[in-house]
Design a protein around this ligand. Structure first.
Ligand SMILES: Cc1cc2nc3c(=O)[nH]c(=O)nc-3n(C[C@H](O)[C@H](O)[C@H](O)COP(=O)(O)O)c2cc1C
Length: 165
């Protein structure tokens, strides 16, 4: 334990101080509700990590554009304001333990599956994301900028939650 003592020291990143350097990487759980809302199962899962002492939790991949950018499962969504109340509730719960929280914004791109999302996936080019994978629709430059805007909108949606810290 002694050789890892730095891990348990606080660290300040800009104006946010973490109690320690233990950071949970984003890992998709598919614990979301059918509509992409954060579930109480989710909240319980993240609360247990906060209780365990993480300095920062990075909540799993949340979809910024549905269905196009979705993995088509019960993945979290952050593409509309109705997702805010439960995300807010999660932040309140996690902050009780002094743990900070962030969320990963995600567009599945070429890794989305037509059989799940019901439309042809899109990507920066018509190149499958793995050998033998389905060919995605190649976006125009405007289409790429439009997805960048979806990320920005989702980030703005999340900002009030971030400012809670
Ligand atoms: C079940 C599972 C789900 C994951 N989901 C995500 C995800 O939503 N976003 C992401 O960036 N990485 C995801 N990953 C990758 C992990 O965050 C991590 O980068 C990977 O497990 C390597 O971690 P390590 O270098 O500590 O072994 C996932 C990994 C696992 C095992």
């Amino acid at each position: 334990m002694n050789q890892y003592k730095k891990l348990f020291e606080p660290i300040t990143i800009r104006n946010m101080t973490l109690d320690n350097r233990l950071v949970m990487a984003p890992m998709g759980t598919n614990f979301g509700e059918q509509n992409g809302e954060m579930s109480f199962l989710h909240m319980n899962y993240y609360e247990r990590r906060a209780k365990g002492g993480y300095g920062l939790l990075i909540v799993e991949n949340a979809c910024v554009k549905y269905p196009e950018g979705s993995n088509g499962t019960t993945q979290l969504r952050i593409d509309a304001d109705n997702y805010i109340p439960r995300l807010y509730k999660l932040c309140e719960t996690i902050h009780q333990y002094g743990t900070k929280i962030a969320i990963q914004l995600n567009h599945a791109g070429a890794s989305a599956m037509e059989s799940r999302i019901g439309i042809q996936p899109v990507s920066a080019s018509a190149t499958p994301n793995k050998a033998g994978g389905a060919i995605p629709h190649a976006l125009t430059v405007e289409g790429i900028y439009s997805i960048a805007d979806d990320y920005a909108t989702a980030a703005k949606r999340h900002k009030p939650l971030v400012l809670m810290q």
